[in-house]
Ligand binder design. Structure first.
Ligand SMILES: [Zn+2]
Length: 886
């Protein structure tokens, strides 16, 4: 499945092996006794084992982007734990031209044997003694054109650029190696490139000289210890922008972008040094590497940016922006993704996980750290709302029976295919927030610093991190582990109990799992639970470290029976809160601070979306917040209403909800309008992006819709300045009533623009067309041979957000999935089942499984994505039945 792979034979042909090399290979094969290969050894499943340990790499590669691939030679200093005549290394789709091993004065020639997709066996004619040796391999690798992993190349404005992306297990596509994160070694890279090209890797240039054929040889300084997945290089006719220096060591900063984009790095240049400095301050250690380049890649698949030490790569639209596209949305994206990748330079790069099951250590931490740094850099951006959104997204996945653990064993490629999901990033980030709050910011920071100091330049595992943050209190480590090592979302019931002499609140914890199989064993976490209680002195929360299934918290002596408790102060706890209806009704909206209101609204919505609360009750409970003076609170209420699946409503969502939305949000939407007004605060701008599209959509506001159409047509016609961060909402709203004229304007704008970020917004909007004829045209356009499917498949992503288009999208995939699959990178295909989470009927569920179930071989991660989608549909069915009963 996936794109056709070239066989080794074809590779040799494609690279037109010079005669000399072919002769050498032939001689090599002849020199080996045939008997040695009688029993072909079985390649390992995932890991190489400990027989051969890499100590240092020297990699010399020739990288000419308009050629079909790279050629190179890798010299690896190794240590053999015992005498061996055969061992495995990693290599995928590589052509091995020559492999020798030098041990002492003896030189051993190897025959290379392919071991499945991931391994190369090196068979030696004699037994090599234990101890140090040097393995030297001459090889060739092809550039990927469609995928962005291994070594790949892309064309922008007529010029080719070559890049790499190795996380998780794709370094083996670019060079033979011991491709596991536990092996951290120094690297000495040499690149042979065209004289007019820029060559960049993780470390600064050591020396440069011209060589024959219009080429130059660039040698880079030896790096500190790096695992294979963090090595990176790029070559091409880049623009290089000097970004000055930053931080304690005055690290030089550069922005390396495709030709013509130098002026688009303005915002990155302004922001990056401050992010470096804020992070140095937190970690109490300087930025660990000798230089800091940020490199732009036109298109990326399955990642947005990558934390290669000293050479962070970004999808172009995240790093660069034309002045008209340098809007708030772009700024927030760059700042938060930049902070994430820079945080990795310490957390992930300086200290690296031992194996991929602990990739959460990297990702949870960088997610959490990015929020912290962005909050310090731009307090007005309301990072708390972003954090709440992430928490909520994680909970949406974590309620599933098919959810992963944060630390999920990685035994197969499939496990790895799912390892970079919301649980790893967002749930992990939310757990860090919860325990940081419990431990106290300073103590927590000290734990983080101790962890970095202890494991700097080396590897660590989850246990090391638990120990560091639980330094002063082992229960904290226990609690943290209870979230990392078991799946699922806790729900806590808060029950006021005044039946005994002392007033009390009884807490009961369980797993929130709408489709739990009957008789499933109870689950328990060790977690900090807090609440505010009516009449508490000075608003100080009542807190406990909950360990039992049920606990009774007695209130202060003499306290009267409270009418209400407000759960989860500050919204920092990663659990759903459930109140008895009477106590919920008694809870005055004025008591909630902003985070508490947002958390309460989100929790109620998740309960309703999971069949645990009728939607009418959801609306009643969030109604008081729709008139709130705080924009973030109104925005949270509007957001959850917009997310309600229309299938929950017998008469259709828009009919049932339209009047309610108009009544509660109509006036505000009219007052805000589509366009930013001078003096709007950041909070008001964010509110506009939620409330105006909501009223236009669900209340079918004719005026807002016709304004959206005019604005969209002007934007498509080339007037790109006015909409700013509202562009996507305006285009999507216009698409709801989109006709042939709008479709044609969208196609014409696509034909005219070569700016990927502009094109991507148009593709996404095309997926929101609801008129069956125009929608079909859009779906067919996505498959057009004139378009790059990596870009045009965004049409399906747009459609997947649109419940109204869910059934049509499934129907189209029934006809065309195979054709689409042939044109898409494997990693994108793995995510296709996720396009169908808005389905909500038993028949559609059946069709979904008929279409995607039992596909062999499926790309890594495909099956779990399908299982989670099917379960999401089941939960919608459950919620639908619950609402109908009400
Ligand atoms: Zn990351």
């Amino acid at each position: 499945m996936g794109i056709a792979r070239l066989s080794w034979r074809a590779m040799a042909h494609r690279f037109q092996l010079p005669f000399k090399a072919l002769a050498a290979l032939a001689a090599l094969a002849l020199s080996l006794p045939a008997l040695a290969l009688a029993a072909a050894p079985q390649p390992p499943v995932m890991q190489l084992g400990d027989d051969v340990k890499p100590l240092a790499y020297a990699l010399d590669v020739t990288v000419v982007p308009d050629k079909p691939g790279i050629t190179g030679r890798v010299d690896i200093d190794v240590d053999l734990a015992k005498p061996l005549s055969f061992f495995w290394i990693n290599g995928s789709d590589l052509e091995i031209r020559q492999a020798t091993l030098t041990s002492g004065r003896a030189k051993f020639v190897a025959k290379a044997i392919r071991g499945g997709k991931d391994f190369i066996g090196l068979q030696f004619g004699k037994t090599i003694p234990a101890g140090p040796a040097r393995l030297s391999i001459a090889y060739a690798a092809r550039f990927s054109l469609n995928e962005t992993r291994g070594a790949f190349k892309q064309k922008e404005r007529g010029e080719w650029y070559a890049y790499t992306q190795f996380e998780a297990v794709d370094a083996r596509r670019a060079f033979p190696s011991f491709d596991e994160p536990r092996w951290k070694t120094p690297w000495t890279l040499t690149m042979n490139v065209r004289r007019e090209h820029v060559a960049v890797t993780n470390n600064p240039v050591e020396s440069e000289k011209d060589i024959e054929g219009g080429m130059k040889q660039v040698r880079f300084k030896t790096t500190p210890p790096l695992p294979t997945y963090l090595v990176a290089f790029a070559a091409g006719p880049f623009d290089v922008v000097d970004g000055g220096t930053a931080g304690i060591n005055k690290t030089p900063l550069r922005y390396i972008v495709p030709k013509g984009r130098a002026s688009q790095t303005r915002y990155a240049k302004e922001t990056t040094p401050k992010l470096v400095e804020l992070l140095e301050e937190y970690f109490g250690r300087p930025y660990p590497y000798a230089k800091f380049d940020s490199v732009a890649i036109p298109i990326t698949i399955a990642f947005g940016a990558m934390e290669n030490p000293g050479m962070i790569t970004y999808q172009s639209g995240l790093l660069t922006a034309t002045p008209e596209r340098e809007n708030d949305r772009f700024k927030q994206y760059y700042t938060s993704i930049g902070a994430h990748e820079i945080a990795h330079q310490w957390f992930g790069d300086l200290v690296t996980m031992k194996w991929w099951d602990d990739v959460w250590l990297n990702e949870s931490f960088a997610t959490w750290m990015a929020r912290k740094v962005v909050g310090q850099y731009r307090p007005e951006w309301d990072v708390v709302s972003f954090r709440q959104r992430e928490r909520n997204e994680a909970m949406g996945t974590d309620r599933l029976s098919s959810t992963r653990q944060i630390r999920q064993p990685v035994r197969t490629r499939d496990d790895l295919g799912n390892a970079f999901d919301r649980i790893t990033y967002d749930k992990g980030g939310a757990i860090l927030t919860m325990f940081e709050q419990h431990v106290g910011q300073e103590k927590f920071r000290d734990g983080v610093r101790a962890y970095l100091n202890k494991h700097a330049w080396g590897n660590a595992s989850a246990e090391d991190f638990f120990a560091a943050i639980g330094q002063s209190d082992p229960v904290v480590a226990q609690g943290f582990a209870s979230f990392v090592l078991q799946p699922g979302l806790p729900v806590i019931d808060f029950m006021i109990d005044c039946s005994r002499q002392a007033a009390a609140v009884v807490l009961r914890q369980s797993r929130f799992e709408p489709l739990a199989p009957a008789g499933k064993a109870a689950q328990r976490w060790t977690l900090p639970v807090c609440m505010r209680v009516e009449g508490d002195a000075g608003g100080k929360p009542v807190c406990t470290m909950m360990r039992e299934q049920q606990e009774r918290i007695e209130l202060a002596a003499g306290a009267s029976c409270p009418a209400w408790v407000l759960p989860n102060p500050g919204g920092v706890g990663y659990y759903l809160s459930r109140l008895e209806p009477r106590a919920a009704a008694a809870l005055p909206a004025s008591q909630f601070n902003e985070q508490e209101a947002t958390t309460f609204i989100n929790d109620q919505a998740l309960l309703a979306g999971s069949g645990a609360l009728p939607w009418q009750q959801l609306l009643a409970s969030i109604k008081p917040f729709t008139a709130d003076a705080r924009p973030a609170v109104v925005g949270a209420a509007a957001h959850v209403v917009g997310e309600l699946n229309p299938a929950l409503f017998d008469t259709g969502r828009d009919q049932a909800l339209g009047g309610w939305v108009r009544e509660h949000f109509g006036a505000r939407a009219a007052q805000l309008g589509w366009l930013a007004q001078p003096g709007d605060s950041d909070a008001v701008k964010r509110l506009r992006g939620v409330v105006v599209p909501l009223v236009a959509e669900i209340a079918s506001d004719a005026q807002l819709r016709s304004q959206a159409r005019s604005l969209a047509l002007a934007w498509l016609g080339g007037d790109r300045g006015a909409l700013g961060a509202m562009t996507r909402y305006v285009l999507q709203t216009a698409a709801y009533d989109g006709d042939a004229a709008l479709f044609d304007a969208m196609s014409a704008a696509l034909a005219k623009s070569d700016e990927i970020t502009v094109r991507s917004e148009i593709f996404e909007a095309l997926g929101h067309l609801r008129d069956p004829v125009q929608r079909q045209r859009a779906f067919e356009l996505a498959l057009s041979p004139q378009l790059d499917a990596r870009e045009s498949s965004r049409i399906f992503e747009g459609a997947s957000e649109e419940a109204q288009n869910a059934v049509a999208l499934l129907g189209f995939m029934q006809q065309h999935f195979d054709a689409l699959q042939r044109r898409m990178p494997e990693e994108s295909v793995a995510r296709v089942p996720r396009w169908h989470t808005k389905l909500c009927s038993a028949q559609d569920r059946k069709s979904l499984l008929a279409l995607y179930g039992n596909r062999r071989p499926a790309p890594p991660g495909f099956e779990r994505n399908l299982a989670q989608t099917a379960e999401t549909v089941d939960i919608c069915l459950l919620a639908r039945a619950a609402s109908a009963r009400h």
